[in-house]
Design a binder for this molecule. Structure first.
Ligand code: C5P
Length: 224
């Protein structure tokens, strides 16, 4: 069983996907962590972020390991844990170079399919999970929310980590990221034709998970 959850930055995908996976005893895959890991490795190697061949060589020459614990995806690059470092604002801002590189996307989608192939049930979240990585997924969700509401959520996360950016700065960065995610040629952010669209603006995280769960139950009942 494959469930995909796509949507823009800070729409609640990650937390909702993780909690849904827990409820369904399914595996959870945060594909953003993969793009972030390659971005960090590219930054560490000081490659030219606009050079596709150099970006591709980052994937070829580094060993990336992704494992899932109850709380998050752990990321190791060449055996060293970088789970925290992939979340810095610098990595977030540079991820668009990696995300716009078709060859890198192809490799990461391949890794995502391998990850799913070895599991019975999976909830996977990102931007292109229902459209490109798993077009035949059993259930597809697309989460949306006002950029102001998303900025507030992101600010709470960032503050917990000691980062004190203003709401305006955060909202602007989110809108920039949406623009770049929606307008790239390969794997752009958009809902799959058969996705269930959920607006999370006025929902608590528990409310989002409840909605997802009831859709899953309804779809499973219809199938059986
Ligand atoms: O979801 P998260 O914010 O961690 O993703 C970081 C970046 O990785 C996004 O801004 C997006 O550009 C890219 N991404 C992507 N496709 C995915 C997941 C993430 O392009 N499936």
């Amino acid at each position: 069983m494959i469930i995909t959850i796509d949507g823009p930055a800070a729409s609640g995908k990650s937390t909702a996907a993780r909690l849904l996976a827990q409820k369904l005893s399914a595996s959870f895959l945060d594909t953003g962590a993969m793009y972030r890991a390659v971005t960090l490795a590219a930054m560490q190697a000081s490659v030219n972020m606009s050079d596709e061949d150099e970006l591709l060589s980052v994937i070829r020459t580094n060993k990336f390991e992704f494992s899932v614990t109850d709380d998050e995806m752990s990321v190791r690059i060449n055996g060293i844990d970088f789970t925290e470092q992939i979340r810095t604002p610098q990595v977030t801002a540079n991820a668009r170079y990696i995300a716009s590189c078709p060859n890198v996307r192809e490799k990461l989608v391949e890794m995502q399919r391998q990850f799913a192939a070895s599991r019975q049930k999976i909830v996977t979240e990102g931007r292109d999970q229902g459209t490109v990585a798993f077009p035949d997924a059993d259930i597809k969700f697309y989460l949306v929310a006002d950029s102001a509401a998303r900025a507030k959520r992101r600010q709470a996360d960032l503050r917990a980590g000691g980062d004190d950016q203003t709401l305006e700065q955060i909202q602007m960065a989110i809108e920039e990221r949406d623009k770049s995610d929606k307008n790239r040629a390969v794997g752009p952010l958009k809902p799959a034709d058969d996705a269930v669209i959920i607006d999370t603006t006025d929902l608590s995280i528990d409310g989002v998970v409840e909605k997802l769960l009831s859709c899953v139950k309804e779809k499973c009942l219809k199938k059986n």
